[in-house]
Design a protein around this ligand. Structure first.
Ligand code: SF4
Ligand code: MG
Length: 327
């Protein structure tokens, strides 16, 4: 299938009083039509900043300093605010962890979804209302015609997240970006909501970028996995290979520290050591201070991303011999 989104050599830096933080440092990946791609890593690895960069939503101190974000062949980094507004919520939708911050407390959920639909589609209020109720039913809101008039605070966290998904999918986006969409919810609700996202994305042929620290979620949801560390991609492969045959020592660490699928805690935090201080990035491989296999070469020379013919990638000197291309 063809690529819907192509991110090429993306660099997003934060310009702070203490110095420049290269949060995203040369990231290249693509998302095919209908594909679900998971981006995983510890907090601070650059996964959220990568996703926020796509629609230029990083806060003011952050800036895309290099790279291209091709969506349907057009470079989103060149879009102005007005052009981005047209894309956002229409062709590309986002769902975040805490829906209370994205839903307006003073309007009913129904009117907010209707408005979102009417912003991008030329239909009457009545039609928008019918569409909204249909979407609310689809995401499993009971008595959707009554809940149309509910305010966000009247709903549980799980119900609010369903509303956000209804809103995000109401314009049938080509791409849904979900950043930790279920982290705040309990395990049962989490499973239901992920299942729902997957079902609707298949029905609408929507591609998904799922940002998460939870490998259990990744195993259930995604086709392909991107592992990030210190602002870079360190491994990329299909979900089956990532779990069966992880290559990068960091990926192996993540998997070892995941005792069970569905275990709800910050599993990724249990790898020995910490993510590097952005102002004192280690020389050579950025993972070397935590890596059991580190050699002198690792401490001095940064490994490139070694690419296999099957499309998998790994940024580690251990794979220098067997791989074909360097990028
Ligand atoms: Fe470990 Fe060296 Fe591979 Fe980095 S390049 S992950 S330090 S073995
Ligand atoms: Mg985050």
């Amino acid at each position: 299938k063809e690529a819907l989104l192509e991110v090429k050599n993306l660099h997003t830096y934060f310009f702070t009083e203490s110095g420049v933080v290269p949060s995203v440092n040369g990231v290249t990946f693509s998302v095919k039509k209908g594909e679900t791609v998971g981006i995983v890593g510890e907090s601070g690895c650059g996964k959220s900043v990568t996703s926020l960069s796509l629609l230029q939503l990083v806060d003011e101190s952050g800036k895309i300093v290099e790279g291209e974000i091709l969506f349907e062949g057009e470079d989103l980094t060149k879009f102005n605010k007005k052009q981005l507004r047209k894309v956002r919520g229409n062709k590309i939708s986002m769902v975040f962890q805490e829906p209370l911050t994205s839903l307006n407390p003073v309007f009913t959920i129904g009117s907010q979804i209707s408005e979102a639909i009417r912003l991008h589609q030329n239909i009457s209020k009545e039609e928008a209302k019918l569409k909204t109720i249909e979407m609310l039913q689809k995401v499993g809101i009971p008595r959707a015609d009554k809940h149309y008039y509910s305010f966000p605070h009247m709903l549980s966290g799980g119900m609010r997240q369903r509303v956000m998904i209804a809103m995000a999918l109401s314009c049938r986006p080509q791409l849904l970006i979900a950043d930790e969409p279920t982290t705040a919810l309990d395990v049962t609700i989490q499973a239901q909501i992920l299942h729902l996202m997957r079902e609707l994305s298949q029905e609408y042929d929507t591609s998904i970028i799922l940002i998460t620290h939870d490998l259990g979620v990744v195993a259930e949801m995604v086709d392909r996995v991107i592992v990030m560390y210190a602002g870079q991609i360190v491994e990329q492969n299909n979900v089956f290979e990532i779990f069966k045959n992880p290559k990068h020592p960091y990926t192996k660490g993540l998997l070892n520290s995941t005792p069970k699928i569905h275990q709800l805690k910050d599993q990724l935090e249990s790898i020995e050591g910490n993510v590097p201080n952005p102002f004192e990035m280690p020389a050579g491989c950025k993972f070397h201070p935590r890596c059991l296999f580190a050699t002198d070469m690792c401490r001095n020379q940064e490994p490139p991303l070694f690419q296999s013919e099957d499309g998998s990638e790994v940024r580690c000197w251990l794979y220098e011999e067997q791989e074909v291309n360097q990028v």
